[in-house]
Design a protein around this ligand. Structure first.
Ligand code: SAM
Length: 284
C-alpha cells in the first residue's frame, strides 16, 4: 500500500536504490512510517520551523518531518547511496527539502537555516553524542536552535536525563539539565530497526532554556564536573584538588561537603562552586 505522501514504502525504496545497511555507517533504519511520524511529532510544532535532520538515510524520518509540516528540512547524509531516494522525497515536497551530502561532524549547517530551528536525528550513537555536546556548548546562549530531538542508545539517553544519585548521573546530565529540560519521550526495542541493533534505543527531547538554569561560566563548570566525575569514587576534596587552590574551603563556601562524591552533588551546587572558583581567579 502506498504511503500518504504518495511515495513507495521504505522497504521498496531500499530495494530499488540498493541501500543495504552498512555497519560502518551505523545504519539501522526505521521503516515504519507511523513510528517516524511519532518521532517527528515529539519534536513539537514544526509548521513555523526549519528543521535540521542529521543522517536521513532512506528518508523515513525525513518523510515524517515533512508530513508533520516542517517549513523546510535540511538533511545531511554522509552516504551518497541515499541521495536518489532523498531526491524523490524532495520532488514530492517541492522547495521544502534540501539535502547535503556531507559528514555532519565536518560542516556547520545551522548558518544555512532560518530560525526558529529544530534539530532532529536518528544517528549512529557515537556521532550523536559528539554532536549533542557541540550543540550544548555554542559560543553563546541561547543557541540558534530551539530544540533537539535525538535518538540514542537507551543507556546514553539515561545518562542525559539522570538525576543526582542515579548510577548514570554525570557530565552529560549536568550539561543537558543546565541548559535544557531533557526528557525521554519514546523508548524503542531493537526490532523497531532494520537491521535490529543489539540494544534498546530512546528518543530524548530537549528544549533550549532562554538562559542557563543557574549562572556559571560554562568552561569552569565543565572543568570542575569533568574532574569530579573522572574520579567519581573519590571524595571531592581529592578529585578537585588540582582544579583550584584551597578547594576544601571553596567547597564549604558552596555548601558542599568536601567528603561528598561528585554523583551526590546537584546542578545548583555545581554552579555555585563554579561561580566561587571563577570569582577567586582560578577559573581559567
Ligand atoms: N534517519 C534514518 C532512519 O531513521 O531510518 C537513518 C538512521 S541510521 C541510524 C544513521 C544514518 O546516519 C545513516 O543513514 C548513516 O549513513 C548516516 N550517517 C552516519 N554518520 C554520519 C555522519 N557523520 N554525517 C552524516 N550522516 C551520517
Amino acid at each position: 500500500m502506498a504511503a500518504l505522501d504518495g511515495l513507495p514504502p521504505l522497504r521498496e525504496v531500499i530495494a530499488t536504490h540498493g541501500i543495504a545497511a552498512k555497519k560502518a555507517l551505523g545504519q539501522n533504519f526505521l521503516l515504519d512510517l507511523n513510528l517516524t511520524a511519532r518521532i517527528a511529532r515529539a519534536a513539537g510544532d514544526l509548521s513555523k520551523c526549519d528543521v535540521l535532520e542529521v543522517g536521513p538515510g532512506p528518508g523515513g524520518l525525513t518523510r515524517g518531518l515533512l508530513a508533520e509540516g516542517a517549513r523546510k528540512v535540511l538533511a545531511i547524509e554522509k552516504d551518497a547511496r541515499c541521495l536518489p531516494a532523498l531526491a524523490e522525497i524532495a520532488d514530492a515536497y517541492p522547495g521544502r527539502l534540501e539535502v547535503l551530502n556531507a559528514d555532519a561532524l565536518a560542516v556547520d549547517p545551522l548558518a544555512h537555516l532560518t530560525p526558529p530551528i529544530r534539530i532532529v536525528a536518528n544517528l549512529p550513537y557515537n556521532v550523536g553524542t559528539e554532536l549533542l555536546v557541540r550543540w550544548l556548548t555554542p559560543p553563546a546562549w541561547p543557541p540558534v536552535w530551539q530544540s533537539l530531538t535525538l535518538m540514542f542508545q537507551k543507556e546514553v539517553a539515561e545518562r542525559i536525563t539522570a538525576q543526582p544519585g542515579d548510577k548514570a548521573y554525570g557530565r552529560l546530565a549536568i550539561l543537558a539539565r543546565w541548559l535544557t529540560d531533557p526528557r525521554i519521550v519514546l523508548t524503542l526495542p531493537p526490532e523497531a530497526f532494520t537491521p535490529p541493533p543489539k540494544i534498546h534505543s530512546a528518543v530524548v527531547h530537549m528544549t533550549a532554556l532562554p538562559e542557563p538554569r543557574y549562572p556559571a561560566d560554562g568552561k569552569v563548570l565543565n572543568r570542575l564536573v569533568a574532574a569530579g566525575f573522572n574520579q567519581r569514587r573519590k571524595m571531592l576534596r581529592a578529585s578537585l584538588k588540582g582544579s583550584a587552590p584551597d578547594i576544601e574551603a571553596k567547597l564549604e563556601a558552596a555548601g558542599i561537603k568536601p567528603t561528598a562524591r561528585a554523583e551526590e552533588i546537584g546542578l545548583e551546587s555545581w554552579c555555585r562552586l563554579a561561580r566561587i572558583v571563577a570569582a577567586s581567579g582560578s577559573g581559567a
